[in-house]
Design a protein around this ligand. Structure first.
Ligand code: KIV
Ligand code: ZN
Length: 390
């Protein structure tokens, strides 16, 4: 792997599927896993095998069909979890066990009623045990975002000594600010002995709307894996959105960081996940929302019709959206109306456009949005209709 390559670890089928109401059956998971593999993700976290027989079955089925990506299963630092995950992953071409434990004082005190020393030992043992089944073991330090950096460095060191290939630094509660998360990654890069043997991974939650920014700060500071989900779905306010981090790295080439993602598949897979989970994507969602390439104010429409780049930083085709949309509302201008009229077959002269436009405004004040059928009606009911040749 080149130093510029950022691995994309997709956890739609694990962290994403934990969302209430998003449960998928094995067939739906297989369909999504196949698309993720075509999309070019490096790792598919297929589930948490010990959590239910259904999850075990899905991880096992995905492990059998995925051809390119590493298939990963989550565990706690518990022997039985690890044994069951290894069993579910046994047919994977590239299996990975993802094991870990909470490392913040809050988790140590309230969840485990334990001590830092004990957690360090449990982390070491879990990774060592996972290593007895597979070569590729990722360790997560849950709530790393709120874990004291020097203790976190000790835990990471222990995980590396036990053979961890990837160290996941989750901002589980979405609390960190981007500069803090970036500094945490930098600190680990500079203070963990043996860090060159492992990849640091960003796993950020979106409680303060900072998951994407934090993940990007993470890779700028030396992490080389981002854990994310399609449409940013996930616990509470969600996880880092895959489509966002991928497009940020693509649109900012001077960062010198790239992914293997076939970006033209992003819109299609976003639709597939949203339909399969029955979870609607907000229209203003970056990259894949219905309005991400829609222009409705007159000033913007005029600019985009003259040159798309005046108001678009991404070519919609690059993410699988056929074209930018010029939406007609009462805020639209003549340029947009002429453009849409031409699309449905009317080439209007300047004079005709003036007349049709005043009729259009009457319609537009009554409706939220003017569609193609309305355009025909507007033209047919305008006073100069008999002079217009369709
Ligand atoms: O957010 C988190 O800490 C997690 C871990 C279990 C990896 O999802
Ligand atoms: Zn998570």
């Amino acid at each position: 792997m080149s130093d510029y390559q950022v691995q994309i670890f997709d956890t739609t089928l694990r962290d994403g599927e934990q969302v209430p109401g998003c449960k998928l059956n094995t067939d739906q998971k297989i369909k999504i896993a196949k698309q993720l593999d075509f999309l070019g993700v490096d790792v598919i976290e297929a589930g948490f095998p010990v959590s239910s027989p259904g999850d075990f079955k899905s991880v096992d089925a995905i492990a059998k069909i995925v051809q390119n990506a590493t298939v990963c299963g989550l565990t706690r630092s518990v022997e039985n979890d690890i044994k069951i995950a290894a069993e579910a992953l046994k047919y994977a071409v590239k299996p990975r066990i993802h094991t870990g434990i909470g490392t913040s004082d809050s988790h140590i005190k309230h969840k485990f009623k334990s001590t830092r020393e004990d957690i360090l030992e449990r982390a070491f043992k879990a990774v060592s045990y996972a290593k007895s089944f597979v070569e590729d073991v990722e360790f997560y330090a849950e709530d790393a975002g709120r874990t004291d950096n020097s203790y976190l460095a000790q835990v990471c060191e222990a995980a590396i000594k036990a053979g961890a290939t990837v160290l996941n630094i989750p901002d589980t509660t979405g609390y960190c600010l981007p500069h803090e998360y970036g500094a945490k990654i930098k600190y680990l890069k500079e203070n963990v002995k043996g860090i060159e043997k492992a990849i640091l991974s960003c796993h950020c939650h979106n409680d303060l709307g900072l998951a994407t920014a934090n993940s990007i700060e993470g890779v700028i500071n030396g992490a080389r894996q981002i854990e994310c989900t399609i449409n940013g779905i996930g616990e509470r306010a969600g996880n880092t959105a895959l489509e966002e981090v991928v497009m940020i790295l693509k649109q900012h080439p001077y960062l010198n960081l790239e992914t293997n993602i076939n970006t033209e598949m992003l819109y299609g897979i976003s639709q597939l996940v949203s339909e399969s989970m029955g979870i609607y994507t907000q229209p203003n969602k970056a990259i894949v929302g219905a309005n991400a390439f829609a222009h409705s104010s007159g000033i913007h429409q005029d600019g985009v019709i003259k040159n798309r780049e005046t108001y678009e930083i991404i070519n919609p085709k690059d993410v699988g959206v056929t074209e930018s949309a010029i939406v007609l509302t009462a805020r639209s201008g003549r340029a947009a109306l002429a453009y849409r009229a031409k699309n449905v077959g009317y080439e209007l002269t300047k004079l005709q456009l003036d007349d049709v436009y005043s009729n259009f405004l009457k319609f537009a004040d009554m409706k939220k949005e003017i569609n193609d059928t309305d355009i025909h009606e507007i033209i047919e009911t305008s006073s100069i209709f008999n002079q217009i040749i369709a």
